[in-house]
Each structure stands twice: as structure tokens, then as C-alpha cells.
Ligand binder design. Structure first.
Ligand SMILES: Cc1ncc(COP(=O)(O)O)c(C=O)c1O
Length: 355
């Protein structure tokens, strides 16, 4: 009997690079090009390609999306000023408090709805006249797709409304676009139209796009120039940059169709889990994240995850009584029934412990 395969759905950064990416990485590693921080031709090509795709003036390569998000804040917000973000966003929950600890900015977390900021509250916060006691809110942040809500793509109208409110008060809008292209594809909107309301957008190259690593910050020439110094200060000036950039360029050029396959597989997985009476969704998101409401308390959920791993599927806990599964290139359509069956086995194992 062959060993059963493990389906690892803990994140979409687990999607394997394509042969073309591996070859591009090896080729670039074998011919280092350039010395200065932006001299690599692979890096320049990637940055120009990304800037053009999003309709912005410039882009800059980063090692991670966390660092690109932080640099976006530092390039647009002075210490003591306020950043307004959804309280359930990755920047607030999962980036080690970098906005406070490193940028020295205040974060005002608003209670959003699936990543949508409450517009009245946002408008009041942005519009408040600063004085000696109250520093201005100089940056609004949105995250699309919105991870916590299960990969919800924010409607273009919301991006535009928030962008307009920010602009009217002289503030910026940063979009955490770790899964920006998932949103664009799910909504059928061009990346440039989606980026238009924002002053800066971060992009992950290593999630659904399957580059081994790397991220980008895209924006105006002036903001990217400031971000270059900030990136150096944060220790993100990778050199040689060619191997990372060369794979990233292949990712941007070739992998957008893969995201649609991931979305289709996510939809199939939701349907398969529902047929087995699991509460799986969200059905509205239409992207590559699936949430399963187990309703279990933390110890039982941990036992469920162990049983699920025994049955060949890795997932992560995602808040009380909830698991997250990310679809990616390493999970093909044939795996979907196997994943659903592993959930059924885990439920069975919990219902009938051997002791
Ligand atoms: C919405 C969102 N933003 C940012 C990040 C950070 O990406 P990185 O791991 O490249 O720092 C993640 C990672 O999962 C994410 O889901």
C-alpha cells in the first residue's frame, strides 16, 4: 500500500512554484546582476510590470507582505498620527503590532463587516480637525480579499468610497493586497481599476501566485522612493534580488489563471463539505478560502485537528469553533472528495474515541 498523501491547506503560501519559476530562479542565481538596491534587471522588470498592471507609477520588491504593509504606513504616516483599519485585519491582528512598535503610529480599529469599514465612523475619524491634543488620521487601510471573513473580495464601490473620503481629508488609502488578484478575479475587475482608489497597494507573490517568496509595494514614484529608504532601515533590501524577482515575475505573468482554479476548487470543497452536513462557507466570497464552523470548544477543536491530520488533511484553527482551509496549486480538483472524506473521518473519530 502506498502512503496516503497529506493535503496541506494551512495557507496558500504552500502552493508549489512552477518549473518555470524554479528555472527562472536558478538562471538569475547563476548570473547575479547589479550591486545597488534597485540595480537588478530582474527586480526592475518585476517592479515595472507590477506598477503597470496596477496603473501606478512605481513598485518596490519586499521580502514579505508584512514588511510592505509596514513600509506603506511609515511612508505615509508620521509617528503619533492615526491609521484607521478594520479591527479584524491582518495588519491589526497578525503583524506583531508593527504599526505601533515600529511606525510609532496609533491604530484605530473599526468594527467592520467582512472587511468593509463603517463609512460614517470612518468619515468622522478622517474629518476630525486636528489640534494640539488630537493628531490627524492620515491613512485608511483596507484588506482585499479579507482573510478573517474567509477571503471576501471588497466591492469596488467600497474601495472607491473609502478612497474618496481619504482623499477629501488629505489622507492616503493603503490596500493590503496579499490576495489582491484573488479579489480582482472573483469580481471580474481589472487590477488597475481596483488599485485606482488607493495611494499604495501591497501584493504577495508567494500566496496563490506560488513564487517561493516575495511581495511588492505599488504606488506613486514619491511614496516608493520613501519606501526604499524605509525598506533598507527595516533590513528588507535583499541582495542579490535577482532570484526572488525572477520567480516573482513568472508568478505575476503566468499564475493569474491558477487563482480561478483555486476559486473553483474552493467552491467544490464547500459543496462537498455541505453534502456531509458540515457548516462550510462562505458561499458569497468566491475566492480560495474555506471556513468550516465546527462549533467545538478549543480542546475538542484541537482533537478534531489531530484526527483530521491523521486522515490526511492539515487545516488551522481560525477563532472559536472555526477552521480555515486555503486552496492553492498543490490541491487539485481530484483532492476535493478526499479532503471532504477526511473531515467525515475526523468527525467519526471524535464521536467514537477508541478508549
Ligand atoms: C491579508 C494578509 N496580509 C498580509 C499577510 C502577510 O504576508 P507575509 O507572510 O508575506 O508577511 C498575510 C499573510 O498571511 C495576509 O493573509
Amino acid at each position: 500500500m502506498g502512503r496516503r498523501m497529506t493535503h496541506d491547506l494551512r495557507s496558500d503560501f504552500l502552493g508549489p512554484p512552477t518549473d518555470e519559476m524554479v528555472e527562472a530562479t536558478a538562471r538569475a542565481a547563476a548570473s547575479p546582476d547589479g550591486f545597488a538596491l534597485r540595480e537588478s534587471r530582474y527586480q526592475r522588470e518585476l517592479e515595472s510590470y507590477a506598477a503597470e498592471l496596477l496603473g501606478k507609477e512605481d513598485a518596490l520588491l519586499f521580502p514579505t507582505c508584512t514588511m510592505a504593509n509596514l513600509a506603506a504606513v511609515m511612508a505615509q504616516v508620521a509617528p503619533g498620527e492615526t491609521v484607521i483599519a478594520d479591527a479584524e485585519s491582518h495588519c491589526v491582528l497578525s503583524e506583531a503590532g508593527g504599526i505601533a512598535a515600529v511606525a510609532g503610529a496609533m491604530v484605530r480599529g473599526l468594527a467592520g463587516r467582512a472587511g468593509l469599514l463603517p463609512v460614517d465612523e470612518l468619515s468622522a475619524a478622517l474629518g476630525a480637525a486636528p489640534d494640539a491634543q488630537r493628531q490627524p488620521a492620515t491613512l485608511a487601510m483596507l484588506e482585499t480579499t479579507h482573510n478573517r471573513s474567509g477571503g471576501m473580495p471588497l466591492p469596488l464601490a467600497h474601495l472607491e468610497q473609502v478612497g474618496e473620503l481619504a482623499r477629501a481629508s488629505g489622507a492616503g488609502l493603503h490596500i493590503d493586497g496579499a490576495r489582491f488578484f484573488n479579489a480582482a478575479i472573483a469580481l471580474g475587475i481589472s487590477p488597475a481599476a481596483m488599485a485606482a482608489p488607493a495611494t499604495t497597494v501591497s501584493l504577495s507573490l508567494n500566496k496563490g501566485l506560488c513564487a517561493p517568496n516575495g511581495a511588492l509595494l505599488v504606488g506613486s514614484r514619491a511614496v516608493i522612493e520613501r519606501a526604499l529608504t524605509i525598506r533598507q532601515r527595516l533590513g528588507g533590501g535583499m541582495r542579490p534580488a535577482g532570484p526572488v524577482a525572477a520567480a516573482g515575475l513568472v508568478a505575476l505573468r503566468t499564475m493569474l489563471p491558477q487563482l480561478q482554479r483555486d476559486h473553483d476548487n474552493a467552491r467544490e470543497l464547500v459543496a462537498a463539505l455541505r453534502r456531509l452536513d458540515f457548516r462550510a462557507g462562505p458561499q458569497l466570497a468566491g475566492t480560495n478560502i474555506v471556513l468550516v464552523e465546527t462549533g467545538l470548544d478549543a480542546p475538542a477543536q484541537q482533537r478534531f485537528l489531530v484526527a483530521l491530520a491523521d486522515a490526511g488533511v492539515l487545516a488551522i484553527p481560525f477563532g472559536a469553533g472555526r477552521l480555515r482551509l486555503c486552496l492553492h496549486r498543490g490541491i487539485d480538483a481530484a483532492a476535493i472528495p478526499e479532503i471532504a472524506n477526511a473531515f467525515a473521518s475526523a468527525r467519526n473519530a471524535l464521536a467514537h474515541p477508541e478508549t
